[in-house]
Ligand binder design. Structure first.
Ligand code: SAH
Length: 254
């Protein structure tokens, strides 16, 4: 059996309780070494076989899983954040299907949630943004037609950009071409929830200069949108004049 487990965004105690239990029970762990906090491996049994996938190909990862399976071992594939976001898990699951190896997925706290916590931000504010667009700049991995940062910027919704810290000048260009103004609030969150976390608030126009000034080149998320600094309308859900399935509006009370 193979478990794909979300390690969380960085802090060792932001893995789920289920994920931690799976790590404690694992005979074989393959962890994404470039971003998973190595502290998490302290949860592993002393005789657990540990592999760092930063040095492995997909073929090698599958080989480790297949051999563990033959020996009746329990494998944890530990991915950063939540495995469903830029996790490259689909290709592993499809291969395991072909091999007839059973697997399950344990979700994790994604870096975009870690970044919101670091910013003390709410991505969805009434009258400002009711959507969060999770995307990336086209880099070595291209993005499909119609899914460019420029295309998404036209919605004016909150945007969280992964994997794009090396492309900030281009990102500013696309955001502005898409419809954001240069003074739209933005932020760079470096290593959200790690001890070395840093938060830099800036604007769409100053993203590149802010990163350069603080030597941020990787392991960061870019957050863009007016939710970072604006007037908004309070929620209906907690408004005294709003009835819900649990609570009657003040005006309807007799
Ligand atoms: N599955 C992961 C994302 C993997 S893609 C998740 O759900 O978070 C790797 C990219 O995620 C990095 O290039 C960086 O942009 C971002 N990232 C991962 N961890 C981060 C963290 N703690 N702080 C800021 N960005 C992070």
């Amino acid at each position: 059996m193979v478990w794909f487990v979300g390690a969380g965004p960085g802090a060792g105690d932001l893995i789920t309780v289920r994920g931690q239990k799976l790590l404690r029970e694992a005979d074989v762990v393959i962890y994404a070494g470039s971003l998973v906090n190595p502290e998490l491996l302290d949860n592993c049994k002393t005789d657990c076989e540990i592999h760092n996938s930063a040095y492995m190909t997909l073929e090698e990862v599958i080989q480790v899983m297949t051999e563990a399976e033959k020996r009746g071992k329990k494998t944890v594939r530990l991915h950063t954040g939540d495995p469903s976001i830029y996790g490259a898990i689909k290709e592993q699951m499809d291969w395991l299907d072909k091999e007839g190896i059973a697997y399950e997925v344990c979700p994790g706290v994604s870096a975009f949630s870690g970044a919101a916590a670091a910013l003390k931000a709410e991505y969805t504010l009434p009258d400002v943004s009711q959507s969060v667009i999770i995307t990336r700049m086209a880099g070595r991995t291209p993005v499909p037609e119609g899914q460019s940062v420029r295309d998404y910027a036209s919605h004016g919704a909150t945007m969280v950009l992964f994997l794009s810290t090396g492309l900030l000048a281009e990102m500013t260009g696309e955001l502005i071409e898409g419809g954001y103004t240069a003074d739209t609030p933005a932020a760079i969150v470096y290593k959200a929830t790690w001890p070395e976390e840093e938060v830099f608030r800036c604007t769409v126009g100053t993203l590149e200069e802010t990163a350069r000034e603080h030597h941020i080149t990787k392991t960061a998320l870019i957050i863009v949108g007016n939710i970072l600094d604006t007037e908004y309308r309070r929620s209906d859900l907690y408004h005294p004049d709003f009835s819900t399935g649990y609570r009657k509006a003040e005006s309807e009370k007799s």
